[in-house]
Ligand binder design. Structure first.
Ligand code: GDD
Ligand code: MG
Length: 361
């Protein structure tokens, strides 16, 4: 029913996170840490901010990881339920699998987009137009890796083309941002017995059947965190204030940095804001952490080492004099003394880097 304020959301969290490898070999994409918190916690914070507290996670792959990180999410002020596909059902099938738990107008999120979009404004647009399916659209410089959406003069959906081939002409720079408002009745139209792509099948069918469906462009912050570069950039955006901090990192804020409990910081170690230090982090003498560094729980930064523009997961050991710049380091990695890890490098959890090694792209 258009006009009714949505209180429910379905989050698609069942992809394999292939493009985020090797990070997703160790942890499912929906719960990779963002400023040391599971990614989906940021989406849940946004939903909660707009009064949506009944959330269904449509999972198939590695649901145990997701459950371990989020549980029922009551500490985040929402109620989280899980529906699990036996075989991956695709983006449409995943939403269909949650159909029995939803009613009225429902938000649907791709479980890998970081955004601070005004969901209440989207709902008003949806209601005013009498829309039954509304897609949040964002502008990007290279639209080919996304779903291209063309609108008519009234903002009605005219065409949806998912990841057009290189030979096809690109006619728009507005793409599907992976946030929808849908009538639950439409969700029940999706076949439940086979994989269905919401992008390749469901939206084109709505257009063909002339179901009132609209695109809504908003100038909000938006990023798909599904590649290592984007995953790092999203955290830089949060730290450097380009994205709104929907959820603060754990710990006390002190002059531009967050510091969780435990651990020890040498008196001559330097923390240059912005930075996030997890729980039980040890900073040895004369090391420098930041600007723009995220240090996971239980990590240790050796004497004279430097960590800048980098994201470290839990229990990383950085040897004396090592230099880490603009890279992503998985959990339990050991970086040898005086090693250098440069921009764009992503280290799989458990990797061991010998002393004085140089990793560069
Ligand atoms: N439950 C379930 N089952 N979820 C799935 C499945 C599935 O079989 N397959 C994918 N997902 C989830 C992923 O976990 C992710 O959260 C979301 O669906 C989108 O999948 P991606 O693999 O990240 O798609 P994409 O980034 O290439 O493209 C999508 O997002 C773009 C915006 O970031 C499309 O929706 C594009 O149209 C869009 O522009
Ligand atoms: Mg994606």
């Amino acid at each position: 029913m258009a006009g009714e304020r949505p209180a429910q959301a379905v989050i698609l969290a069942g992809g394999q996170g292939t493009r985020l490898r090797p990070l997703t070999l160790a942890r499912a994409k929906p719960v990779v840490p963002l400023l040391n918190r599971p990614f989906l916690a940021f989406q849940l914070a946004l939903l909660r901010e707009h009064g949506v507290t009944d959330v269904i996670l449509a999972c198939s792959y590695r649901v145990d990881d997701v459950r371990a990180a989020l549980g029922d999410a009551s500490q985040l002020g929402v109620r989280l339920r899980y529906v699990v596909e036996k075989e991956p059902l695709g983006t449409g099938g995943g939403v269909r699998n949650a159909a029995d738990l939803v009613a009225g107008t429902v938000f649907v999120f791709n479980g890998d987009v970081l955004t601070d979009v005004d969901l209440s404004a989207m709902q008003r647009f949806h209601a005013e137009r009498g829309s039954r399916a509304t897609i949040f659209l964002t502008r990007v410089t290279d639209p080919r890796q996304y779903g291209l959406v063309e609108l008519d003069a009234d903002s009605r959906l005219a065409r949806f083309r998912e990841k057009p081939a290189a030979t096809e002409t690109i006619t728009t720079d507005t793409v599907n941002a992976g946030v929808y408002l849908l009538d639950a009745a439409l969700i029940r139209r999706i076949p439940g017995d086979r994989p269905v792509s919401i992008e390749r099948e469901f939206f084109p069918a709505l257009i063909a059947d002339r179901v009132p469906s609209y695109g809504w462009c908003a100038p909000a912050y938006w990023r798909d965190i599904g590649s290592p570069a984007a995953y790092r950039e999203a955290q830089m955006d949060l730290l450097e204030g380009r994205a709104r901090m929907l959820l603060s990192p754990a710990g006390a804020w002190d002059g531009g940095s967050w510091r969780a409990a435990g651990g020890s910081v040498a008196s001559d170690a330097r923390v240059v804001p912005p930075a996030v230090l997890g729980a039980r982090v040890t900073l040895h003498p004369r090391c420098q952490v930041g600007p723009a560094a995220v240090i996971g729980d239980g990590s240790t930064i050796g004497p004279d080492a430097r960590v800048e523009g980098a994201v470290l997961w839990e229990r990383v050991e950085v040897g004396a004099g090592a230099v880490l710049r603009e890279c992503v380091i998985g959990a339990d990695v050991k970086i040898g003394t005086h090693a250098r890890v440069g921009p764009g490098i992503v280290l799989e959890s458990g990797a061991v880097i010998p002393e004085r090694a140089t990793l560069a792209r």
